[in-house]
Ligand binder design. Structure first.
Ligand SMILES: Nc1nc2c(ncn2[C@@H]2O[C@H](COP(=O)(O)OP(=O)(O)OP(=O)(O)O)[C@@H](O)[C@H]2O)c(=O)[nH]1
Ligand SMILES: [Mg+2]
Length: 632
């Protein structure tokens, strides 16, 4: 068994940056060069090793913050890899207070981006010692000097003390595992044109980042920053020991807040573990300043404080910024309910969302009306990741149109506004400006460099829904866009983003090629032959503004010769466009529902019967109609 370390021999550092600036790739290099893997182990040839869950791999982004440890020159360095996408900013906030220093990565071409600012602001508020690393200096359009200027201005803006302005600057080609104290000479765009390794970074960490200011003597105290679960030992509470030390079998008390009625959960330490490389190792005792995982306390409180029972003292609550977007979840009410999911009932959905609320402090989950759940997060992406996760686990449910979280400040209703950056080849300049003007975006800046145009906009969060998809289509994938919450502004009373009418199925059954072939003349199809349909289901998008009814189950007229199989497949659906989660969430209107099963996404009207929708369209509902539709 390994022996406990003193905090003098431990350094805790978080890697922070805007999305895609190379954090996880840099951690690959640290792990490989510190020999966490044998030379012949698979990981030695893998990239983004820490992005280990399926959705992280598929999307090529980090979703959850994770930490690893390496040994270097007699020290143990705990490295925390954080996500750069603004939607997962809560993960950064949750984990940063386990560190004393941060490595701020800045892409040498992109420079300072919205999330660079957001994460650095947070790090400096927590008094972390920063190290700046200008990364990707091998890029053709890299402009190291401009990037440094932007970083320096950012620090002048954000520093809370003078000594925060005194930070080391390093240069790196993270992908090649090379960090430099001075900018290397020569043509860096040629692969492996320089020699180097990761040690300048590790040495700078040891030199600049202080040991944890945890208190070595005194009653044990630790804030819970994360949780992990294993079937044998149950829940592990993870955090960095703030005061005192801890042994296996010690009694501890967990307190969630410091109010009078704070609940206290007592327990005994069954197992104590510390980070070694990518895994955890058992240890019999641990000291202040060590990041540990503890089994034996049956509580769910991230943010709670574990204490010596003789001195119960809660630490200040974790500061996580409030969410700006929410989606309503409900049990599936479609005519096809229960056909495709493993977990279908409202109570199973509730149980799963309760579990998510316990484990994920970056989402706010609370009951809504009529057995629904309101799930609030930082943006469409964060919420769609939850939806996709549930779906893959076998859940079947339905959601409503995403909404922004409004705030009332001094009696004025306010809504969230975002700062938005877009980069695209000049050829698509007008596509971008046109789309943004449709969404009432306000241009703040526009610059062209080397055939690329960079835009900065201010745009209401609700006008941002679906923009990524739209621009990807219009620029044939040649666009990078990123946004971050900026501020709350007075709510504007303008309409939603323009959307065309939909094509609604009048009948239930199986869609037929014969019928779809005719319907596609009217717009774009969301369903294909043999798909199950029902009355009120949205099977496509109309070319025009109004909604349109159509029967996709119609077969060729009885008297004519039936189409044989060959004929059916010959019908080519030129206008078919399968639904993706991102598209469907952005497409939904208020009176519509997105049905989600492990196998299918279906859009539908909330009132399925055509008669009811006709009543609604005409307005002035009769008592009979109101009763029938359950409207007060
Ligand atoms: N040219 C160049 N590309 C790099 C370098 N380092 C990383 N990349 C590429 O940048 C992309 C993003 O890298 P990641 O390490 O996933 O970035 P990240 O900061 O962890 O991204 P998020 O966690 O999603 O915020 C990958 O395609 C990498 O191959 C570098 O030094 N030079
Ligand atoms: Mg990453």
């Amino acid at each position: 068994m390994i022996s406990p370390l003193k905090k003098q021999n431990i350094r805790n550092v978080a890697i922070i940056a805007h999305v895609d600036h190379g954090k996880t790739t840099l951690v690959d290099a640290i792990m490989k060069q510190c020999h966490l893997f044998r030379d012949n182990q698979d990981e030695m040839t893998q990239n983004q090793i820490l992005d280990s869950n399926d959705l992280e791999r598929e999307k090529g982004i980090t979703i959850l913050a994770k930490n690893i440890s390496v040994r270097y020159k007699g020290f143990k360095i705990n490295v925390i890899d954080t996500p750069g996408h603004a939607d997962f900013g809560g993960e950064v906030e949750r984990t940063l207070n386990m560190a004393q220093g941060c490595i701020l990565l800045v892409d040498a071409q992109e420079g300072v981006m919205p999330q660079t600012k957001a994460v650095l602001k947070r790090g400096l508020e927590l008094k972390l010692k920063p190290i700046v690393l200008i990364n990707k200096i091998d890029k053709k359009l890299a402009n190291v000097k401009a990037a440094i200027d932007e970083v320096q201005n950012l620090f002048l803006d954000l520093a809370t003390t003078d000594d925060q302005l005194d930070f080391p600057i390093l240069y790196a080609i993270g992908r090649e595992g090379k960090v430099f104290l001075e900018l290397p000479e020569g043509d860096l765009t040629v692969a492996n044109s320089t020699t180097g390794d990761i040690t300048p970074l590790l040495d700078t960490i040891l030199e600049y980042i202080p040991e944890d200011d945890a208190i070595e003597e005194g009653p044990f105290q630790m804030q819970v920053n994360a949780m992990e679960y294993d079937p044998h030992n149950g829940r592990y509470l993870i955090g960095s020991i703030n005061r005192g030390s801890l042994k296996v079998n010690d009694s501890v008390a967990l307190v969630v807040d410091d109010s009078e009625k704070a609940q206290i959960v007592r327990g005994k330490i069954k197992r104590l573990l510390v980070r070694e490389g990518l895994g955890w190792e058992d240890i019999t005792s641990a000291n202040a300043g060590e990041i540990v995982a503890i089994a034996g306390i049956d509580s769910k409180a991230i943010g709670g404080t574990l204490c010596d029972p003789s001195k119960i003292e809660a630490m200040p609550a974790l500061k996580i910024s409030p969410p700006s977007v929410y989606i309503k979840f409900e049990a599936n009410t479609s005519p096809l309910v229960g056909k495709e999911g493993k977990f279908v009932t409202a109570s199973l959905l509730q149980k799963r969302l309760d579990q998510e609320a316990e484990n994920n402090v970056t989402l706010e989950i609370k009951p809504g009306d009529g057995g629904s759940y309101i799930v609030a997060g930082r943006g469409e992406l964060q919420l769609s990741i939850l939806i996709e996760t549930l779906r893959r686990e076998g859940y079947e449910f339905q959601v409503r149109k995403p909404q922004v979280v409004l705030q009332t400040i001094d009696g004025v209703v306010m809504e969230p506004l975002e700062q938005l950056f877009i980069e695209t080849p000049e050829a698509y300049l007008s596509a971008v400006t046109q789309e943004l003007s449709n969404r009432n975006g306000q241009m703040v800046d526009m610059r062209s460099i080397g055939g690329h145009t960079k835009f900065e906009y201010k745009i209401l969060t609700r006008k941002l829904f679906g923009l990524r998809n739209e621009l990807i289509t219009q620029t044939k994938g040649n666009v990078v866009l990123s946004s971050a919450f900026s501020e709350y502004v007075k709510k504007v009373d303008d309409g939603d983003i323009y959307r065309k009418g939909v094509i609604i199925s009048t009948d239930a059954g199986e869609a037929r090629a014969y019928a779809l072939n005719m319907i596609q003349e009217r717009g774009i199809l969301f369903c294909k032959p043999a798909d199950k349909v029902y009355e009120g289901m949205i099977i496509g998008m109309n070319k025009y503004d109004e909604d349109l009814d159509a029967n996709p189950t119609k077969e060729r007229h009885k008297t004519s010769v039936r189409m044989n199989q060959a004929e059916v497949t010959q019908v080519s659906l030129k206008q078919y466009q399968g639904l993706t989660l991102e598209f469907a969430l952005a497409f939904l209107n208020e009176d519509e529902i997105l049905e989600i099963t492990p196998e299918n996404l279906r859009l539908r009207k909330s009132h399925l019967a055509k008669t009811e929708r006709d009543w609604l369209r005409r307005g002035n509902l009769s008592e009979f109609a109101k009763k029938k539709m359950g409207i007060e």
